[in-house]
Design a protein around this ligand. Structure first.
Ligand code: PMP
Length: 449
């Protein structure tokens, strides 16, 4: 068969002569649960997105929960510009100053037991590495997680993810087990007085794990506050009890702080609030603040045992200097400008605004979160707590129409939970504006659904 070379496309102002969306439909693979948003973003700056029609949209999802310092933060722009022209990417066995500096800077923000870092690119990848490490260290293979977890789309991270449908992709690695997510608002585990019986729920979960386990429990992987699963905040004391369950069984505790790490919740790490440090910590989205940077951090002991057993995780971009330089800049900006305290203060203002909205909008069933990581659960009736899925979708669309992008967790069973995670650099005026738009959108949605 002869191949004729295709005519090179004409690059002109009318690059999409049949229209942008027609070209997109013809050439793009669709991937998410909800398809593409009907807006074409042209430019992003700080907490604002500007579409091709010149509309100004507040970004209250920090992109994909990542743009912690807003879009195009000057310090990140400076680092990327410098790094791409002087030290971009190297052979994975070459270690550079930005990598060592980032590892040291992270260690300074963490308890002394978390001192060894590996720099990677994405969240899923960091969890792959953490799970592999846990298996190699313990010599076991079973991984337990929450039934509303999200840890990534890749092999082991995906196998430990339950907030997405698992249907359609064939067998998952054996040895993945779950316990119920401790959701104070919805749990069926209740004391006689109606309070959430989280200890009973945890005991029940581990009784099920012990019955199913083949005696090879390696690790529990958890988000300290579940993000994609519906912004669920486990009760205080829960993680100390979970830690005990792990210790009793010789399991490691892996905490995945992709969404919660690096000041967003008002602490440097969400685990600090519960006073329970993990054996392995993964951070990702917020570390790159919009760029693909992630890290796995563990103890000297775990690292040493894994190294002795020839831990293998050599990816193309492991220890990339550019990625590490960005991560280092993000950590430095957060530390120098005390963004943990900023997130606390702005988070209190956001929360107070949401409480005020809840007093006037009957559809708001529950508010939860910490710092600038807040969730609003919408229900059709506060007594029955029936999720207001359709209403939630309408509210999100009404917000976008008015210039606010916040996101509904478009996952099985959690279509009615708004996730609000603006950049930590968002001004108080913009926080108030976002609340005002949400207020108007809740009213508009009530009138149309
Ligand atoms: N862990 C958590 C808690 C996440 O929220 C995500 C992304 N939603 C991931 C891991 C996966 O990260 P990535 O998409 O960068 O692989």
């Amino acid at each position: 068969m002869t191949m004729t070379s295709p005519t090179p496309p004409a690059v002109s102002a009318s690059r999409h002569p049949e229209g942008f969306w027609d070209t997109a439909r013809r050439h793009l693979v669709r991937y998410g649960p909800a398809g593409f948003l009907p807006t074409v973003i042209d430019r992003a700056e700080g907490s604002h997105l500007f579409d091709e029609d010149g509309r100004d949209i507040l970004d209250f999802t920090s992109g994909q929960m990542s743009s912690l310092l807003g879009h195009s933060h000057p310090a990140v722009v400076e680092t990327v510009t410098r790094s791409i022209s002087t030290l971009d990417h190297l052979f994975s066995g070459m270690i550079t100053r930005p990598v060592v500096d980032l590892a040291q800077a992270l260690a300074e923000t963490l308890p002394p037991t978390l001192s060894k870092t590996m720099v990677l690119s994405t969240g899923g990848e960091s969890n792959e590495a953490a799970i592999k490490m846990a298996k190699l260290y313990t010599g076991k293979h079973e991984i337990v997680s929450f039934d509303q977890s999200y840890h990534g789309s890749t092999h082991a991270a995906g196998a430990a993810t339950y907030s997405l449908s698992r249907a359609g992709y064939g067998p998952i690695a054996p040895g993945n087990l779950i316990i119920p997510t401790p959701n104070p608002y919805r749990s069926v585990f209740r004391n006689a007085d109606g309070e959430h019986d989280w200890q009973g729920e945890l005991d029940f979960g581990f009784a099920m794990v012990d019955r199913q386990s083949v005696g090879s429990l390696a690790a529990f992987i958890a988000e300290p506050i579940l993000g994609t699963g519906g912004l669920i905040v486990p009760p205080d004391g829960y993680f100390a009890a979970l830690r005990r369950k792990c210790d009793e069984r010789g399991m490691l505790l892996i905490l995945d702080e992709a969404q919660t790490g690096l000041c967003r919740t008002g602490d440097w790490y969400a685990f600090q609030h519960q006073g329970v440090a993990p054996d392995i910590l993964t951070i990702s989205k917020t570390l790159g603040a919009g760029l693909p940077v992630s890290a796995v951090i563990t103890s000297e002991e775990i690292e040493a045992v894994c190294a002795e057993r020839r831990f293998m995780f050599t990816t193309t971009h492991v220890s990339d200097p550019l990625a590490a330089a960005v991560g280092l800049t993000v950590v430095n900006v957060l530390r120098d400008e005390q963004y943990d305290l900023v997130a606390r203060e702005k988070g209190a203002r956001l929360r107070a605004g949401l409480v005020e909205l809840a007093a006037r909008h009957e559809h708001i069933g529950d508010l939860r979160g910490r710092g600038l990581f807040q969730g609003v659960e919408l229900v059709t009736d506060r007594q029955t707590k029936e999720p207001a899925d359709e209403f939630g979708t309408t509210v999100t669309a009404e917000c976008l129409k008015r210039g606010l992008h916040l996101n509904i967790a478009q996952m099985r069973g959690v279509n009615s939970i708004l996730r609000i995670a603006p950049p930590l650099t968002t001004s108080v005026e913009d926080l108030d504006l976002g609340l005002e738009i949400l207020d108007e959108s809740l009213t508009a949605a009530r009138e149309t659904t």
